[in-house]
Design a protein around this ligand. Structure first.
Ligand code: AMP
Length: 205
């Protein structure tokens, strides 16, 4: 299964992608994580991306499209994957469509985590406050606000793009994390009936 998780920063895409990875054997492909690794390793791509990411802007399309096209060729991606943070604009989405068509395949679904802007701003302010001096250079209030603006201007048009292709499924991203996981599985038709896997994953009953 090939999925995209779509939603603004702070909507919980990373958390949900990790859960789907553990429970369903899909790999999480996060361009943000890959770019942070490139910055940490000081690669050419890392050098291009570092300042752009710290400001909350988008890294050039050819860079992220190149990263993803190589990554989905890796053997562990053969079982299926969840794209987290890619595509971020229509040009990237078109490049992805082309990439997949070239391999004779297509996306199964795009899951949008719907989140109210006011609540999101609160969440990202909390995250900025909690992570002062933390591992992410872009978790300051200014960069987060910029990322939210970039989301609305460049990424949100993907909702209409995938709706027109009949791929879009929307879940309520404002519910608690476990409920969001259940909703995602329900819209994808991959709910686990056997055992209580969610309580195993979260340690909660
Ligand atoms: P994320 O971890 O997905 O929030 O991404 C962190 C930052 O990495 C973003 O604010 C962008 O600067 C950059 N980034 C991640 N994915 C992409 C992408 N698909 N296109 C352009 N920039 C990206």
């Amino acid at each position: 299964m090939k999925l995209i998780l779509l939603g603004p920063p702070g909507a919980g895409k990373g958390t949900q992608a990790k859960r789907l990875e553990e429970a369903h054997g899909l790999v999480q492909l996060s361009t943000g994580d890959m770019l942070r690794a490139a910055v940490a390793a000081g690669t050419e791509i890392g050098k291009i991306a570092e300042g752009i990411m710290a400001r909350g802007e988008l890294v050039p399309n050819d860079v992220v499209v190149g990263i993803i096209s190589e990554r989905i060729e890796q053997p562990d991606a053969a079982k299926g994957y969840i794209l987290d943070g890619f595509p971020r604009n229509v040009a990237q989405a078109e490049a992805l469509d082309e990439m997949l068509a070239g391999k004779g395949t297509t996306l199964d679904a795009v899951v949008e985590l719907g989140v109210d802007d006011g609540i999101l701003l609160k969440r990202i302010e909390t995250r900025a406050a909690e992570t002062v001096g933390g591992p992410r250079a872009d978790d300051n209030a200014e960069a987060l606000a910029k990322r939210l603006t970039v989301y609305h201007e460049q990424t949100a048009p993907l909702i209409a793009y995938y709706k027109a292709k009949g791929k879009l499924k929307t879940v309520d991203g404002m519910k608690d994390m476990d409920e969001v996981t259940r909703q995602i599985e329900a819209v994808l038709g991959i709910s686990k009936k056997e055992g209580n896997w969610l309580s195993r994953l979260t340690g909660k009953k």
